[in-house]
Design a protein around this ligand. Structure first.
Ligand SMILES: [Zn+2]
Length: 112
């Protein structure tokens, strides 16, 4: 299940980077990052909203009710989306695969 979520997050990361380049806090459709492999729903979030979730590598953005209590904790409920945090093995797994956690890759110039 976690693999699916990591995959979706990779896609979302690219979306996030793209909107970052535009330099605007524009709403964008992100993939639901829930544990259901068949879920292809999208969630409209602003860059800031998504970034706030991604501050924590173990946190994922999902649609309301797309929460799997067995492997994740509900962190926050918003009108359009919920924030969940992976627990146990799944949490450690996704932390390892966090795209931002990889070191020594590329140059990230800091832009104020
Ligand atoms: Zn979902």
């Amino acid at each position: 299940m976690a693999e699916n979520e990591v995959l979706f997050r990779e896609v979302n990361e690219r979306v996030s980077t793209l909107s970052d380049r535009l330099g605007q806090d524009v709403p964008y459709e992100y993939l639901c990052e829930c544990a259901n492999a068949d879920c292809t729903f999208r969630i409209t979030l602003s860059t800031t909203e998504y970034e706030n979730v991604r501050v924590e590598p173990k946190q994922f953005v999902v649609l309301p009710m797309h929460h799997t209590p067995e492997i994740e904790t509900l962190v926050a409920e918003h009108d359009r989306y919920w924030v969940v945090r992976k627990t146990g093995e799944a949490g450690e797994y996704v932390e390892q695969l966090d795209p931002r956690g990889r070191s020594g890759n590329g140059s990230s110039g800091s832009v104020g």
